[in-house]
Design a protein around this ligand. Structure first.
Ligand code: DON
Length: 605
């Protein structure tokens, strides 16, 4: 019997979780741009060969995000995230002379203050960097399984999967964000950590006014967070902070000051580490001082792939983001002419490409330090041609027909955030970090003031059984001490045919990160939409299992929906899919678009 009142599955869990991850979190109303110095793009001749003219898309009548809206424009620098205050921290640092890397690190720490449901120091993530001089880099600061972790640690005495990979102290991997952001700054930044962390420290110490988006998130997290501790700054005396209240986080400010003073050692050693380990001992947690002091981020070569004449730089394993995006786009590239956006054939081909790429993702990808990963094969055009050959023009292929070994075991009753930054020199940073669930494991480190992740659920805690996102993953992603759990995070930079940064993009939303990010890219490159239209366009998702094509309510015209059903697609409707934040180069500067399905801020000058 499970001791927890929370069921495991994302689909049956408290509405807070479901909504915050896939639906409501993507639909908190229109995004406030929070932009400063917003100007209209200069009117110029539509002749820049690197930026082909954009084409107005047609969305279904009644779709709630009509096309044709303007984006935030800035001539020099741009930062886009889910928090206007955190985006402003990035531009503050760039105004003070910092580059995009300085600004991205400032933004990351500021998000830990202003977006505590996902912005994090208690979790991990990935950054992809492209410098104006052409250098590229990727850094992996994904959490790792603690040394005391075991393959079956989340099974009960009867071999049944419990909810402990999702809720409580045992759910956390060893956090990587502080090590990763400080290593990124050290290698490619120009300012000291103590400088770039100033906006975050100020926001934590002096506080900021809670907006309706954060108030809603806090209210939804009440049961989960107050279950593990009675009082936090978000729930003073157990009561949720309301919109308009001031959120002051003195413990978090002290932690950030320790990091600013001592670098990553201020987190992984000393009193902050002591507080984290003490918190572990209060619950059933297993992270030790040794786990913390051994944590090291890994520099990796970005996945470099091309779609038509555009180059994509994205995250390699331990994230599946870059490989699965490359595989999906390579399959689509096999079609010399792709159908128009919104047609039956478009959704069929895109969904079928994702289905095939996810079969490989779920069975073959994992931490490359533990499992050989066939990167070259999975990202090759020859392989894509073979996979494209399995797509019928007239019917959906059942996943079990493509991969009979891939079976979901009977299902038990069953957060992330991306930011994009560019500077006036053309340096670009795409970063996605996560606590996994909104508000992570629900555990707040007493005395140190931050939420811990529940990233252990991204492992196949019981290979063959769906995780929180319904992903059915194999043995290669089973739990092992020191191993990174497979991620879907997809921070991506797209270069145009002249090798200039065109897009800086990525998303939150579990496996839908891959499909959401790549659809924005496809909308820009293939359908030549403006960035705003590309972001507002209705999205779909397919992850092989469950064997369904998910779509946004109102996003597919009824006759198209009927045709897709008659081809055999099991159509599954959600209110909203994915939380993307993106920047695109346009004539004379940059356009920034925070996710139109939720809140966020594009700030530039
Ligand atoms: O790394 C991953 O793929 C997941 N932990 C991401 C979770 C996520 O995006 C949830 N947020 N909306």
């Amino acid at each position: 019997m499970m001791s927890s009142p929370f069921p495991r599955s994302i689909l049956q869990v408290a509405p807070r979780v479901v909504l915050s991850l896939l639906l409501a979190a993507c639909s908190r109303g229109p995004g406030g741009t929070g932009a400063s110095d917003v100007r209209l793009p200069p009117a110029g001749p539509p002749g820049d060969p690197a930026i082909p003219a954009r084409v107005a898309p047609v969305f279904p009548a009644g779709w709630r995000l009509p096309a044709g809206q303007p984006a935030t424009f800035a001539p020099q620098v741009m930062a886009v995230s889910n928090s206007p205050a955190a985006s402003a921290a990035a531009t503050e640092i760039m105004r003070a002379g910092g580059n995009a890397v300085d600004a991205a690190v400032a933004l990351g720490f500021a998000l830990a203050v202003t977006w505590p449901e996902a912005g994090n120091i208690g979790g991990g993530g990935y950054s992809v960097v492209r410098l104006a001089d052409g250098r590229v880099a990727a850094i992996d600061y994904r959490e790792i399984a603690p040394l005391a972790a075991t393959r079956d640690m989340y099974l009960d005495a009867n071999g049944k999967l419990t909810d402990k990979s999702v809720y409580g102290h045992l759910a956390s991997g060893v956090p990587g964000a502080v090590a990763g952001l400080s290593a990124l700054l050290e290698r490619y930044g120009t300012m000291p950590l103590s400088r770039v962390m100033q906006p975050a420290i100020r926001l934590a110490r002096e506080g900021f006014v809670v907006d309706t988006a954060l108030a809603g998130s806090i209210a939804r997290a009440r049961g989960m967070v107050t279950r593990f501790q009675r009082s936090t700054p978000y729930f003073p005396n157990g009561q949720p902070l309301a919109a308009g209240a001031r959120l002051v986080q003195p413990d978090l400010a002290r932690t950030l000051e320790a990091i600013a003073q001592y670098g990553a050692a201020g987190f992984y050693k000393g009193w902050v580490a002591d507080s984290l380990v003490a918190e572990m001992r209060r619950g059933e947690g297993i992270i030790t001082h040794e786990d913390l002091s051994r944590y090291t981020p890994v520099w990796r070569a970005p996945i470099r792939t091309n779609f038509r004449e555009y180059t994509l730089l994205s995250m390699p394993p331990s994230s599946s983001g870059g490989v699965t995006t490359a595989e999906s786009l390579n399959i689509l590239e096999q079609y010399p002419a792709l159908p128009s956006y919104g047609s039956t054939r478009w959704f069929h081909l895109v969904g079928s490409a994702y289905q095939r790429a996810f079969i490989d993702r779920n069975a073959k990808l994992a931490d490359p330090a533990f499992v050989p990963v066939p990167l070259a094969q999975l990202t090759s055009k020859t392989y894509a041609r073979q996979l494209q050959g399995t797509i019928s023009e007239t019917r959906a292929t059942p996943t079990r027909e493509l991969e009979p070994r891939m079976q979901a075991l009977p299902r038990e009753p069953e957060h992330t955030t991306h930011y994009s930054v560019v500077d006036a020199q053309g340096n670009a940073v795409a970063t996605t970090t996560t606590l996994n669930n909104s508000w992570g494991s629900g555990v707040w480190v007493r005395g140190a003031g931050f939420m811990l992740n529940d990233e252990m659920d991204d492992f196949a805690a019981q290979p063959g059984t769906p995780n929180m996102f319904g992903l059915v993953q194999g043995e290669q992603n089973a739990i092992q001490p020191g191993k990174r759990m497979l991620s879907a995070m997809s921070p991506t930079i797209v270069l145009d045919r002249d090798n200039q940064v065109l897009l800086v993009v990525g998303a939150a939303g579990g496996p839908t990160i891959i499909t959401g990010t790549s659809q924005v890219i496809l909308n820009v490159i293939q359908h030549r939409m403006t960035l705003m239209d590309a972001m507002r366009a209705p999205r779909i998702h397919h992850q092989a299992l469950p064997d369904s094509l998910t779509f946004e309510a109102g996003g597919i015209a009824p006759p198209v929906l009927d045709s897709l059903r008659s081809m055999g697609h099991a159509m599954r409707q959600l209110r909203a899919l994915v939380n993307v934040n993106a920047i695109m180069r346009v004539k004379g500067g940059w356009e920034g678009v925070p996710e139109p399905r939720r809140s966020g801020g594009a700030v530039g000058y």
